[in-house]
Design a protein around this ligand. Structure first.
Ligand SMILES: Nc1nc2c(c(=O)[nH]1)N[C@H]1C(S)=C(S)[C@@H](COP(=O)(O)OP(=O)(O)OC[C@H]3O[C@@H](n4cnc5c(=O)[nH]c(N)nc54)[C@H](O)[C@@H]3O)O[C@H]1N2
Ligand SMILES: Nc1nc2c(c(=O)[nH]1)N[C@H]1C(S)=C(S)[C@@H](COP(=O)(O)OP(=O)(O)OC[C@H]3O[C@@H](n4cnc5c(=O)[nH]c(N)nc54)[C@H](O)[C@@H]3O)O[C@H]1N2
Ligand code: SF4
Ligand SMILES: [Mo]
Length: 890
C-alpha cells in the first residue's frame, strides 16, 4: 500500500483521539501528520502522535502464532484455544474461563469479545484494563446520572472562563487538549486551576495550583459545595427540577469547616478560599479530571464530590461548563459502550437489569445471557491465582506490569493451566508466560472504530498490509467462537458488519431511555463505513439531533429522570503511613512514553526525553534520607521493591515521592512499579489505588555506576545490580550499576560488548584506580562501535552527545575527549533532549536564552525551532526560561 495517498485514521494512544493522516513509506516507516479536518485536534499532534511513523518497524513484532514458543499455523493455535476453552467449560462450567481485554482494542473487537463471553459462553468473566483507569468515573456517572454519560464536549475548553484540572497532568497525558486550552487562554484569558499534589508541567499555565495532600480531594470538593451553598451561588431551580438528594449531601458537607478543609488538604486557608471563590464566581466552569481522581480507594466519591458541585450550580451540559472525565486509552470509551466491564452488558445496558438482559439476549438471539457480574480485574487475577479460573485469554494489555501486586499477578498467570495472549509484540513480561501467543494486527494494519473522551466515534483505517501471520483481534475472537459452535452469530464479513450490528443494538427498545443511541448507522454499508466521518453520539435514527451535550435541562437516565446527589465522606488514607513506610508513593506518566513502552520505546527520539526510571523526591526528604542527586535508591513496600534513579525536585511535596509506571523487565532490572502497589480497591468501582502507596526509600549502595553505548545491544549478565536500556540513534544505550566492582574492567567491558565485538577492532581504555574512573572505547575502521564510562559516583557524561558519537569517525585528536565523555570546545553539547520533534536539548535552549536573549517560548522557537511542531515541550521550555532568567534589578 506504499504510495502517495494519505489515509485518514486516528492516533492509537491517548483518549484525545486525534485524527492522523498517514502514508506508508517503502522502508517500513510512515509519514504522519495531524488531520486538519478532525474536530479533536484540527491538525495538531503531540510528540507521541508525531513519532507514530517511526514505531512501525517489525522489529520484535509477533508475526506468527506460537504454541510453547514454537511457530504453528493459525488453525492449530485457534483449535488449541477453542479446544481448551470448550473442555474447561465442559468440566468446570463457564465461570472457569475468562477474557482480560483492553481500552486499546477497537469497538468491533470489544463488541464480539463481550458477545461471546456474556451471550454465548454465558459468563461475565470479561474485564478490561479500563478497570484500572476509568471504573471510578463510570461508577460515579452511574450513581449521579443513572448512566455512564460524559455530558460535555471538547469545545467547552474554548468556551469556559475557568478550567479546573483535578488529578490530571494534561500537558503530558492529553497534550492536544492542553494545547487547545493554552490557545483558549491566550484568546479569552481563561483562568486555570490545577489540583495535584505535584507541581507538574501542566502547572505552567495555572493561575492557581493547589498542591493538596494526596487523597484529600473529597474534603476539598465537599468544602466547595458547602461554600457554594453558604454564599448563595447554587441554582435552586436546577436542584428542584432536575435532582434529588441535595439536602442529605449538603448536610454532610456542612460539617466540614474551612479550617478543617485547609488542614486536611495541607494548604493555607487563603489558597483554599481563592479556589472556592473563583469557582463560585465563575459560571462557565469546566472541571476536567483524570487518574488523580479515579485511581483511589475513594475514587468514586471523588467523582461524585465533583459532580455534586456542578449539579448544585446547574453548570452541566451547557457551553463551557460541566464535569469532564477525560479518558486515558484511545478506546476506553468504546469499551464502556459495548459493555467491556464485568458488571455491564452491551450498548449501555445493565447486567443487573432483567429487562436489559432480555433486550440484549433477544437481539443476539443467544442461547444464554450472563446474569451475575463477573470478576473485576483485581479479583479476576485472584480467581486465577486460586484456581477458580483455569483458562485465560489476555488481549492488548500487559497485566504482569500494570496490575497492583504485579509479582503476585505474574505468579498467578504462570500457575494458570492455560493462558493465551494476543499481542503485537513478541517479548513482553506477559507474553513470556503464555501457552499460546496470537499475533495481532497493529495500528495502521487494522480497521475499526474508536470513541474518544467527548463521545466522538472515529475510524481507524489500515494503510499497510498485514505483516506475517498477524490478524485483527475481532477475527481471532470470531474464529474461536466459530470453533465453539457459534458460527452463525459470529460470521461477520468484516468490521463494518459488527459496527452495524452494534449500532442496531443501541437503538433496540431504546426510545430515549438509554443515553447511547447510534441507530442512525444500523444499516451502514461497507462503503459508508469506509468513508465514515468522525461523529459524536447520540445519533438516533430518523432524527436530526444537533445538540451533543447532555443534561442542560435534566433528562437523566434514572427512573425519575432526576440526577442524584451522592453523600460523599472524606476518609483519610493517612493511617496507612507508618514509621516503616513513611513516604507516600504516587505513580503516573511521562510525556513521551506510552504505558509499558512496547511501541514508544522503539524510537530513540521518544526515549531521548527521559531514558531511565526515576523517583522524584523533595530536596529536604532527599537530604534526610541521604540521597544524592542522580544516585540510585531502593524503594520498598510490603509487596516488593524497585531500584530507581533519584531526581531531586521541589515539585514534590514533602513526604511524597513519584515514580513513572512505564519501565518493565524488558527495559530495566528492577523498575516494575506495580510490584510495590497493594491491590487495594475502591469499594464501589473496584479500581485500584495506584497513587497512594506507603513506601520506604533508602540509598542504593552502588560500588560503581556506568553508562554504555553500543551498536549491538549489550550483553547484560546476571548479577548486575542495576540496568536501564534505551535505543539510541545508531544503536543502544544502557545505564548500569553494580554492588561490587569487577576485578578486571577490561574483561567486563569485552564481555558486555561481546555481541558486537570483532577481533580487529581497536580498543582504547583508561583507568584511574584512585578515583575509580574507567573508560573504554572500541573503534572499527576509526568509527565508534561501543563505549563504557564508569565511576564511583553517578557518571557525569553528556549522554546525548556520547550516544550521538556511535558509528561516527573519531579523529585521533578527539580520542581523549571521547574517553572523557565530553564534546570538544567547538562541538556543542545539546544536553538532555527537551524537544523530541527537532531534537533540541536543554543546553541549546539555555544558550539561546543567554546568547540571543530569548525570553519567551516563541522566541526560543524562532531561534532553535524547539516547541514549534507538536508543542508538547513548550511548558518545559518555559521552565528552562524561568530557571535562567535573571531577576530584573529593582
Ligand atoms: N504520555 C502519556 N500520555 C498518556 C498515557 C501514557 O502512558 N503516556 N496514558 C493514557 C492513559 S491510559 C491515561 S489513564 C491517562 C492518564 O492521565 P493523567 O491522569 O493526567 O496522568 P497520571 O500521570 O496517571 O496522573 C495524573 C496526576 O494525578 C496526580 N495525583 C496523584 N494523587 C492525587 C490525588 O490524591 N489528588 C489529585 N487531585 N491528584 C493526584 C498525579 O500527581 C498526576 O500528576 O493518560 C493517557 N495519556
Ligand atoms: N501504578 C500504576 N499502575 C497503573 C497505572 C498507574 O497510573 N499507576 N495506570 C493504569 C492505567 S490507567 C492503564 S490504562 C494501564 C495500562 O497498562 P497496560 O494495558 O498493561 O499497558 P500497555 O503497555 O498499554 O499494554 C498494551 C499491550 O497491548 C499490545 N498491543 C498494542 N496494540 C495492540 C493491538 O491492536 N492488539 C493487541 N492484541 N495488542 C496490542 C502492546 O504491545 C502491549 O503489550 O496501566 C494501569 N496501571
Ligand atoms: S494527544 Fe497525542 S497521544 Fe493523544 S491522541 Fe493526540 S497525538 Fe495521540
Ligand atoms: Mo488508562
Amino acid at each position: 500500500m506504499v504510495g502517495n495517498r494519505w489515509t485518514a485514521t486516528t492516533c492509537p494512544y491517548c483518549g484525545v483521539g486525534c485524527g492522523v493522516l498517514a502514508r506508508a513509506n517503502a522502508d517500513g516507516t510512515a509519514d504522519v501528520k495531524g488531520d486538519p479536518d478532525h474536530p479533536a485536534n484540527f491538525g495538531r499532534l503531540c510528540s507521541k502522535g508525531s513519532a507514530l511513523g517511526e514505531t512501525m518497524s517489525l522489529h520484535d513484532r509477533l508475526l506468527s502464532p506460537l504454541i510453547a514458543g514454537e511457530p504453528v499455523s493459525w488453525e492449530s493455535a485457534l483449535d488449541k484455544v477453542a479446544g481448551t476453552f470448550r473442555e474447561t467449560i465442559a468440566t468446570y462450567g463457564p465461570d472457569s474461563v475468562a477474557l482480560y481485554v483492553s481500552g486499546q482494542i477497537l469497538t468491533e473487537d470489544y463488541y464480539v469479545a463481550n458477545k461471546l463471553m456474556k451471550g454465548y459462553i454465558g459468563t461475565a468473566n470479561i474485564d478490561t484494563n479500563s478497570r484500572l483507569c476509568m471504573a471510578s468515573s463510570v461508577a460515579g456517572h452511574k450513581r449521579a446520572f443513572g448512566s455512564d454519560t460524559v455530558p460535555g464536549a471538547y469545545q467547552d475548553l474554548e468556551l469556559a472562563d475557568l478550567v479546573v484540572l483535578v488529578g490530571s497532568n494534561l500537558a503530558w497525558c492529553h497534550p492536544v487538549l492542553y494545547q487547545r486550552l493554552v490557545a483558549a487562554r491566550k484568546e479569552r484569558g481563561t483562568k486555570i486551576v490545577v489540583i495535584d499534589p505535584r507541581r507538574t508541567a501542566t502547572c505552567e499555565i495555572a493561575d492557581l495550583h493547589l498542591a493538596i495532600a494526596p487523597g484529600s480531594d473529597v474534603a476539598l470538593f465537599n468544602g466547595l459545595l458547602s461554600h457554594l451553598t453558604a454564599t448563595g451561588r447554587i441554582s435552586p431551580r436546577y436542584i428542584d427540577r432536575h435532582t434529588t438528594g441535595f439536602g442529605a449531601a449538603i448536610k454532610s458537607c456542612n460539617a466540614l469547616s474551612l479550617d478543617r478543609v485547609a488542614e486536611i488538604c495541607g494548604l493555607d486557608k487563603s489558597v483554599i478560599s481563592a479556589f472556592l471563590e473563583l469557582f463560585a464566581a465563575t459560571e462557565r466552569t469546566l472541571t476536567i479530571y483524570s487518574q488523580g481522581v479515579n485511581q483511589s480507594t475513594s475514587g468514586t466519591d471523588k467523582v461524585n464530590a465533583i459532580i455534586n458541585c456542578h449539579l448544585a450550580t446547574g453548570r452541566i451540559g451547557k457551553p463551557g461548563m460541566g464535569p469532564f472525565s477525560v479518558t486515558g486509552q484511545p478506546n476506553a470509551m468504546g469499551g464502556r459502550e459495548v459493555g467491556g466491564l464485568a458488571n455491564m452488558l452491551a450498548a449501555h445496558t445493565e447486567l443487573a437489569n432483567p429487562d436489559h438482559r432480555r433486550i440484549v439476549q433477544t437481539f443476539w438471539n443467544s442461547p444464554r445471557i450472563a446474569d451475575a457480574p463477573g470478576h473485576k480485574a483485581v479479583d479476576l487475577f485472584d480467581a486465577v491465582a486460586d484456581g477458580r479460573i483455569k483458562a485465560l485469554w489476555i488481549m492488548a494489555t500487559n497485566p504482569v506490569d500494570s496490575l497492583p501486586e504485579a509479582d503476585r499477578v505474574r505468579d498467578a498467570i504462570a500457575s494458570c493451566p492455560f493462558v493465551a495472549v494476543s499481542d503485537v509484540t513478541r517479548h513482553t513480561d506477559t507474553t513470556a508466560l503464555a501457552n499460546v501467543l496470537l499475533p495481532a494486527a497493529a495500528w495502521g494494519e487494522k480497521d475499526g472504530t474508536v470513541t474518544n473522551s467527548e463521545r466522538r466515534i472515529s475510524r481507524q483505517r489500515a494503510f499497510v498490509g498485514l505483516p506475517g501471520q498477524a490478524r485483527p483481534d475481532w477475527w481471532q475472537i470470531c474464529e474461536v467462537a466459530r470453533r465453539l459452535g457459534y458460527a452463525d452469530a459470529f460470521g461477520y464479513a468484516g468490521p463494518h458488519e459488527i459496527f452495524a450490528e452494534y449500532a442496531a443494538l443501541t437503538g433496540t427498545e431504546n426510545s430515549a431511555t438509554r443515553d447511547l443511541d447510534i441507530s442512525a448507522f444500523e444499516d451502514i454499508s461497507e462503503e459508508a463505513y469506509d468513508s465514515l466521518q468522525p461523529f459524536q453520539w447520540p445519533q438516533p435514527k430518523n432524527t436530526s439531533r444537533t445538540e451533543s451535550r447532555f443534561f442542560a435541562e435534566g433528562g437523566f437516565f434514572t427512573a425519575d429522570r432526576r440526577a442524584r446527589f451522592v453523600e460523599t465522606r472524606y476518609q483519610s488514607p493517612a493511617s496507612r503511613i507508618s514509621p516503616k513506610y513513611p513516604f507516600v508513593m504516587n505513580t503516573g506518566r511521562i510525556r513521551d512514553q506510552w504505558h509499558t513502552m512496547t511501541r514508544t520505546a522503539k524510537t530513540p527520539r521518544l526515549m531521548s526525553h527521559i531514558a531511565e526510571p526515576f523517583l522524584e523526591i523533595h530536596p529536604d526528604d532527599a537530604a534526610a534520607a541521604g540521597l544524592g542527586s542522580a544516585s540510585l535508591c531502593e524503594v520498598r513496600s510490603p509487596h516488593g521493591r524497585a531500584v530507581l534513579r533519584v531526581t531531586i525536585t521541589p515539585a514534590q511535596r514533602r513526604g511524597n515521592v513519584f515514580a513513572p509506571i512505564h519501565w518493565t523487565a524488558q527495559y530495566a532490572s528492577e523498575a516494575r512499579i506495580d510490584v510495590l502497589i497493594a491491590s487495594r480497591t475502591d469499594l464501589v468501582s473496584g479500581q485500584p489505588e495506584s497513587k497512594f502507596t506507603p513506601v520506604a526509600v533508602r540509598p542504593y549502595d552502588a560500588a560503581w555506576y556506568g553508562f554504555a553505548i553500543s551498536s549491538e545491544p549489550a550483553a547484560l549478565r546476571d548479577g548486575l545490580a542495576y540496568f536501564a536500556k534505551a535505543p539510541a540513534k545508531a544503536g543502544h544505550r544502557v545505564e548500569l550499576a553494580g554492588s561490587a566492582s569487577p576485578l578486571d574492567w577490561d574483561a567486563f567491558a569485552n564481555e558486555l560488548f561481546a555481541p558486537g565485538n570483532n577481533e580487529n577492532d581497536e580498543v582504547l581504555t583508561y583507568r584511574d584506580a584512585r578515583t575509580g574512573h574507567y573508560r573504554y572505547a572500541r573503534l572499527r575502521d576509526g568509527r565508534l562501535e561501543s563505549a563504557l564510562f564508569v565511576s564511583r559516583q553517578p557518571v557525569v557524561v553528556s549522554r546525548t552527545w556520547a550516544a550521538g558519537q556511535l558509528g561516527q569517525r573519531i579523529n585521533p585528536g578527539d580520542r581523549l575527549r571521547l574517553l572523557a565523555g565530553r564534546p570538544g570546545g567547538n562541538v556543542p553539547d545539546k544536553g538532555p533532549i527537551v524537544c523530541a520533534c527537532f531534537e533540541v536539548g536543554a543546553n541549546e535552549i539555555a544558550t539561546a536564552i543567554a546568547r540571543q536573549g530569548c525570553v519567551s517560548v516563541e522566541a526560543i522557537g524562532a531561534c532553535v525551532k524547539a516547541g514549534t511542531n507538536c508543542g508538547s515541550c513548550r511548558s518545559e521550555i518555559a521552565r528552562i526560561i524561568d530557571a535562567h532568567s535573571v531577576p530584573k534589578a529593582g
